[in-house]
Design a protein around this ligand. Sequence first.
Ligand code: 5MM
Length: 340
Amino acid sequence: MNSDELMSVAQSIVAADKGVLAADESGPTIKKRFDAVGVESTEENRRRYRELLFTTEGIESAIGGVILYDETLRQAGADGTPFATLLAGRGISPGIKVDQGAKALALYPGDKVTAGLDGLRERLAEYKQLGAQFAKWRAVIDIDERDIPSRYAVQANAHALARYAALCQEAGLVPIVEPEVLMDGAHDIERCEAVTSQVLQAVFAELDAHRVLLEGMLLKPNMVIAGMKCARQADARQVAEATLRCLRRHVPAAVPGIVFLSGGQSAEEATANLNEMNKMGPHPWQVSFSYGRALQAPVLAAWKGQESNAPAAQAALAKRCRLNRLARTGDYAPDLEALD
Ligand code: 5MM
């Protein structure tokens, strides 16, 4: 493990006004996204779509890293340049999703644990050869009215995240540690804060036990937000206050950056919430984004698989990048959404 290299890659991903584009949808997820806009999920369509994203002009001023899926890391642009090379050439770190999805946790009905540790050391070595500079693993924590998540599910997911992170650092890859408390459900923001606190506390205890270098990793958490079906929704200020309170209590200052997932928020909401948090800065860590849907939803809606729509789709990505870049410094305002 080269600590200097890990720290320098982690810092560069969240440098200045930058964040991460999560383009690591697995086969079933990208099919769902394509189905919604009437595009067939063939290997070539997935390649064309990812090429459209990665060749959008100017994204490197807002994007420090892109998370890829196994298939995508092995794909190339139309001119034959591997995507990892194309991205690195633009100063964007290529990353790779290495988890194998959330599975039912045996004997704990309703809880999940993320799979993918078996053979991970060997897979990481290959990904490094293919040009990946960082990796990502997502733990999924559901909330119900009473028993979910169980204490054991939180512990099992924290343990798996830490084992993954240690293996990444051993292989010279920066781990993005993603414990996602889902925003599905009817729970209020207070319950989200309590569960997120419990999860982060467990995750950092395990990272410490596994000797993970905090300076050489990034945290990708959910924002503290009410469940989608909760009647009492919090505004951006309340979300920012609750999220920052929770993070300050549980995330050591040695972690260089917090890159939020969007988790089902609209593109505008995710940008506004990030902006509000940065207005409340400075913070001990960079407060940034690693959005999937909140960056890509407008792009897919504009593209619809048609080559003639490519300029509009790239303009939609460039716009989200521009606005999230402003949110990194607290300079975003909702009326900027109307400008192209
Ligand atoms: C891009 O979506 C990823 C989901 O992949 P799966 O196909 O394995 O479900 C996901 O991990 C993503 O990186 C994060 O959840 C952030 O995306 P959102 O859409 O929540 O910002």
